[in-house]
Design a protein around this ligand. Sequence first.
Ligand code: ACO
Length: 337
Amino acid sequence: MSSAELSVFIQALGVHTPERKLTNAELSSMVETSDEWIKTRSGISERRIAGPDENPSDMGAQAAAQALKRAGLTTADIDLLIVATMTPDVPFPSTACLLQAKLGLRRDIPCFDVSAACSGFVYALQVATDMMRSGSYRHALVIGAEKLSSVVDWSDRTTCVLFGDGAGAAVLTTTTDKHVGILGNLLGADGNNSELLHCVGGGSAAPATPESIKAGQHHLRMNGKEVFRHAVRVMTESCERVLAKCGMKSEQVAWFIPHQANIRILEAVASQLNVGLDRFPSNLDRYGNTSAASIPLALEEAWREGKIKHGDLVLIVAFGAGLTWGATLLRWHEPPR
Ligand code: ACO
């Protein structure tokens, strides 16, 4: 089959979120904050927190197992695995390799991580799609898995109220039907603004020492106001650009699935695109910002609740540390069973 004939679609989704819920009320006893402040400024009511033995590879494996079952596939069918994460289990090997072993995937397939923070799932989706269009891979697993609770500074009220843990997985499959699946995408980055959201310690530039840990260098730090401003601009532009690239208009999009960072960001993007907020499904209230896991979690929920239907045009859009951003336009396809 000629590679020019192949399209790639999301055949099934799976999710996993930790049992433990951390409510705004509990957070109010840890730092100087309130349920009212967190809800009105971010839209978040609670978030999930992973246990000590519940790592991104574990959560990702659970989500992938559900996606495989829903797709009617087995581990033997998967010939490519990409994991998007900014909180890998360990610096190396990749979380993808750990997950491959936990899930029992074939030993002859490529497995690797993509690091693009909250845009990670959109980046991984595009990398997988481009690899699959060549015809070399029939089924891929793309997973967003995060344990942000491990990098958050639980004494910093400006960040600790925003993040949560979880994982989402998509089974991608090739088809010769050109009118379904991923129609177009774009990715971007601006490393000049990396200091707006970063973690300076623990890498090779500043390996962990007792002093660096005491100084909190292993924690996530963020300039929330500036990130907010960039997020609204790049998410709006990314939607407009990917639509223009595909010759479509926002009116044709049934569902926008945005990275879940702050309900006010979603409101601002919807307003700038002149689209009703009811077309931006959100689960922020229950999960907070789960970084690379947020889009598959939101997409799975919108599908499971019967919002997304066969034939719908869906626009996925994200931004994150880096700064990074990305958007994917797809025609939802449910293969006959
Ligand atoms: N509880 C109570 N008060 C707080 C809290 C809190 N949790 N956090 C901050 N405040 C205070 C501030 O200290 C400030 O007080 P001051 O006026 O006395 O100085 C006041 O509340 C207002 O703070 P702002 O920072 O101006 O609040 P803002 O309305 O901008 O909301 C927020 C802050 C929620 C962080 C917002 O800026 C935001 O969501 N930014 C985007 C963050 C984001 O999306 N990050 C994820 C990026 S994706 C990735 O790659 C991980």
